[in-house]
Design a protein around this ligand. Structure first.
Ligand code: FMN
Length: 358
């Protein structure tokens, strides 16, 4: 294959080159992978309503996410253990994101410490937080991210228990014993069946805990993994800075709504009280516009980044982000808009089942 020209081609190349025992962890979802497929399929059920005779000769994708300036409303979702895909791991991804001025959300399960990412490049970064059973370790972790210049804390709330990912079990995925996981120090390495033991994440987090997390961190808190109006309302009532609609890339509870499908009710629930982001199955720049039209302020991607990282390291991620940015810019102009905040509900409509006239 020549240079990949889109995210799907990076995924194809990665699947053909990465050891299947490793790639299964990045590619797979939970259970029957119904939600994994639904994430991508959801975009096919919305179509654009472009407006004509609008001057789109000057366009800008730049926006602010919780006051952080970013070059586009598309960021890098947190995903674990990037050194399994490329020797530089998160350093490669963070340099590529920084080169684009795109936001990177760094996983708690990063293989590179935050201060090393900060030293390697200067880009907008947020911390994705898993609360560990050892709360002091969690507080130390937050402090380290703050010192490294991270400007928000993304608390992942959809992993009280680890989803059962059968591809990992089938192929025997294991976290290599020598893989550094600086914020999981001192934990025994083991197979996915006991990954949760391995990661020592807590199962007893509750809404009340948001208070100490917000107070101790001093950073705006984003809740990642919200899928319902009820939880959107609670999030806003607890004063979070943003809600991130996500089903964890179909890796947790199989059978939940696609990210895009859950977005409208969450937007409705927060009723303008905080920002809303979304992820799950975004593979084209145009997909991001559909999310903006349905009320999101930004979208995030994980697997396309993982694939590009595996195929060509930092250059791969830089190229992939460039491709998606160009698609986004082109679609924005063809839609008749010149900036993300011009995209509104009137720019999309659902594709209804064909109902021929009698
Ligand atoms: C291999 C992999 C590892 C992930 N690790 C994390 C993680 O450490 N923390 C987290 O909040 N989400 C994690 N996620 C979920 C992503 O942040 C994101 O919600 C989801 O993958 C987006 O869907 P996409 O992969 O279709 O773009 C992971 C996803 C994948 C594929």
């Amino acid at each position: 294959m020549n240079q990949p020209v889109n995210a799907a081609e990076y995924a194809e190349l990665a699947a053909a080159t990465v050891d299947p025992k490793v790639w299964c962890y990045f590619e797979g979802g939970a259970g029957d992978e119904v939600t994994l497929r639904a994430n991508v399929a959801a975009f096919g059920r919305w179509r654009f309503r472009p407006r004509m005779l609008v001057d789109v000769s000057e366009r800008s994708l730049a926006t602010f996410l919780l006051g952080t300036p970013v070059s586009m409303p598309l960021g890098v979702a947190p995903f674990a253990m990037q050194r399994l895909l490329a020797p530089e791991g998160e350093i490669a991804t963070s340099r590529a994101a920084a080169a684009h001025g795109a936001l990177m959300c760094v996983s708690t399960i990063t293989t590179i410490p935050h201060r090393e990412l900060a030293a390697a490049s200067d880009g907008p970064r947020w911390l994705q937080l898993y609360v560990l059973r050892d709360r002091q370790r969690t507080l130390d972790h937050i402090a380290e991210a703050r010192e490294a210049g991270y400007t928000a804390l993304v608390l992942t709330v959809d992993l009280p228990l680890l989803g059962r990912r059968e591809r990992d079990l089938r192929l025997g995925f294991e976290v290599p014993a020598d893989l550094p996981l600086p914020y999981m120090r001192g934990v025994d390495h083991s197979t996915t069946e006991s990954l949760q033991e391995h990661f020592q994440t807590t199962s007893d987090l509750r809404w009340e805990d948001l208070e100490w997390i917000a107070a101790e961190s001093g950073l705006p808190v984003v809740l990642k993994g919200i899928l319902t109006r009820e939880d959107a309302v609670l999030s806003a009532e607890h004063g979070v800075a943003a809600v991130w609609v996500s089903n964890h890339g179909g890796r947790q509870l199989d059978g939940v709504a696609a990210g895009l499908d859950a977005l409208p009710e969450v937007v409705d629930g927060v009723a303008g009280r905080c920002e809303v982001y979304v992820d799950g199955g975004f593979r084209r720049g145009g997909d991001v516009l559909k999310a903006l039209a349905l009320g999101a302020r930004a979208a995030f991607v994980a697997r396309p980044i993982a694939a590009a990282l595996a195929v060509a390291g930092e250059d791969g991620v830089r190229r992939l982000l460039g491709l998606m940015r160009d698609e986004l810019d082109l679609a924005l102009g063809l839609l008749g808009c010149t900036a993300p905040d011009q995209v509104s509900r009137s720019h999309v409509e659902p594709v209804l089942p064909y109902d021929p006239p009698a």
